[in-house]
Design a protein around this ligand. Structure first.
Ligand code: SF4
Length: 507
């Protein structure tokens, strides 16, 4: 009988979560480095470069790779010869580990979990509860697979019950373009096939916990039917040309993971969940000899990149820029922003739009006139930081507020990540506005451009408050210009065609 002590279990959970908040898995870093090497799309290569530079900065600084530090998901496989020396439930022990990790004073993580999915959606302040899946297995060890999943990628989870004769790879290839860029590609697709609907989702999620190894299948050829299917999906999805951040390019997925389970003769359930640029997971065992030990990776795994990300960008003074000037910015153009911006995301937009609807004034000190709004919910700062990691959140969620903001506040433009919907693009055109993107998943790098930060309004919203940032040389790209041209439409179309041409030429 193996005895697992409460403190060993809790500290292992806490330490693993701190570890994955700033260390990408080494297989992920290597796969991103390969994608960087082979990328031919300038925009996508620049984005992958930023993600790699950010990754190394996070590893060296022990600060989160992304401002969305995720919701915790744990798969526990508990040997039936294991006994826990604790008065707490497994859920309570995991939650205590999460609480300690999120409140670590050296590297506080961003609390993103709300207590109820409906109504007030109050933040629980310590990122609890975790989502815990428990399985009893034979043996005398506890196997732990733990991940911290960002909302942008979790929001793209999708599911279908196919007919048994349907083609799985066609379904995936149809679905991926519908996911947009809010999951911060390039990443990994986790696919679960079989069982029942809920089982398919669990398989999809658990499949993401294994290392990237598609390059071995590419080189050695697939050995099993599952490997054949993985390779087929990998090639078909990358041929879509979606590319890093949806800008158009060669690599949309770094790998495709797939788990299956027996199912009903009438059914073919399939679930798909992506892992994003902030892929965070780790796998360890507890055997009763103490807490798990997590070795830091060697810094040699990160490629040496000459930091050219800002070369060729247009410098923009945000404190003097005019609506007339932004009319000349073109979709796909890179900018370096300096000056004052205001922030705001879901909760702040909801409050602002309610104030506007009631014809009430915005909070004192908040004026969007001739300003840009940055969709972000930053991590709290430590030591001499102005602000913690502060990358963009998915702009699409703010689409429903865009016309109101542009019509009633004098707002000049927006900064976020991922594509905008047709209504938001129409509003951008109508108001001679512009939508800019920063690289999702490069949050620590982006935060280094922020010179000062103060809460301007709605302090009660925590990370969703309105901040005033003064930035210097913040790297962004024009995603939707004032003519309504969107890089998320033109980039993938161009690269889908380019990839088809490359394939013809190399045949
Ligand atoms: S990389 Fe993108 S999808 Fe992933 S956690 Fe960060 S912002 Fe969210």
């Amino acid at each position: 009988m193996t005895i697992i002590k409460q403190e060993d279990f809790i500290s292992s959970i806490s330490d693993s979560l701190q570890y994955i908040s700033y260390y990408h898995p080494s297989d992920f870093v290597r796969a991103m480095a390969r994608a960087y090497q082979k990328e031919q799309s300038k925009a996508a290569r620049n984005a992958i470069g930023q993600i790699l530079i950010n990754s190394r900065m996070a590893a060296e600084g022990h600060r989160p790779v992304c401002q969305d530090t995720g919701i915790v998901v744990v798969f526990l496989k508990i040997g039936m010869d294991v006994q826990f020396e604790t008065e707490l439930s497994l859920q309570d022990m995991v939650d205590e580990g999460v609480r300690r990790a999120w409140n670590n004073p050296d590297n506080p993580l961003r609390a993103s979990v709300v207590s109820s999915p409906l109504g007030a959606r109050n933040n629980t302040k310590d990122n609890t509860p975790a989502v815990v899946h428990i399985e009893l297995v034979t043996g005398d060890k506890v196997e732990v697979k733990i991940a911290a999943k960002g909302g942008g990628s979790e929001n793209k989870a999708t599911f279908a019950i196919l007919n048994p004769s349907d083609d799985v790879s066609s379904w995936v290839t149809d679905m991926v373009p519908k996911m947009g860029a809010g999951w911060c590609p390039p990443g990994i697709l986790g696919i679960g096939i079989g069982g029942t609907p809920e089982k398919a989702f669990l398989l999809a999620k658990e499949s993401l916990m294994s290392p990237i190894n598609i390059d071995q299948i590419v080189e050695g050829g697939p050995q099993t039917d599952i490997e054949k299917l993985r390779l087929k999906i990998y090639e078909q999805v990358n041929a879509l040309g979606i590319g890093a951040q949806g800008l158009g390019g060669l690599t949309t997925v770094l790998d495709v993971k797939l788990l299956t389970y027996p199912t009903h003769a009438a059914s073919l359930p399939i679930a798909m969940i992506p892992n994003c640029a902030a892929t965070r997971h780790i796998h360890f065992w507890l055997d009763g000899t103490g807490p798990a030990n997590f070795e830091p990776p060697s810094l040699d795994i990160w490629p040496q990149l000459d930091n050219q990300i800002n070369v060729g960008s247009r410098a923009v003074d945000l404190d003097t820029v005019t609506r007339e000037q932004i009319k000349h910015w073109k979709s796909g153009e890179r900018l370096l922003l300096s000056g004052t911006i205001l922030t705001g995301r879901d909760a702040a937009h909801k409050k602002i739009s309610e104030l506007i609807r009631r014809q009430e004034a915005l909070p004192s000190g908040v004026s969007f006139a001739n300003r840009f709004i940055y969709y972000v919910g930053p991590v709290d700062p430590v030591n001499n930081e102005v602000v913690g990691p502060a990358g963009p959140t998915t702009a699409t969620r703010m689409d429903k507020y865009t016309d109101t903001m542009l019509s009633h506040t004098g707002l000049l433009g927006m900064i976020g990540k991922a594509e905008r919907g047709p209504n938001a693009i129409e509003a951008i055109k109508r108001h001679n506005s512009v939508y800019l993107i920063a690289v999702g998943g490069a949050a620590f790098l982006v935060s280094k451009a922020i010179q000062s930060a103060k809460v301007a309004a709605f302090a009660d919203l925590g990370m969703e408050a309105i901040y005033e940032f003064v930035v210097k040389d913040m790297p962004v790209m024009v995603a939707v210009d004032s003519q309504g041209e969107s890089i998320h439409d033109t980039g993938p179309s161009l690269w889908k065609q380019n990839i088809a041409n490359i394939r013809v030429e190399t045949k």
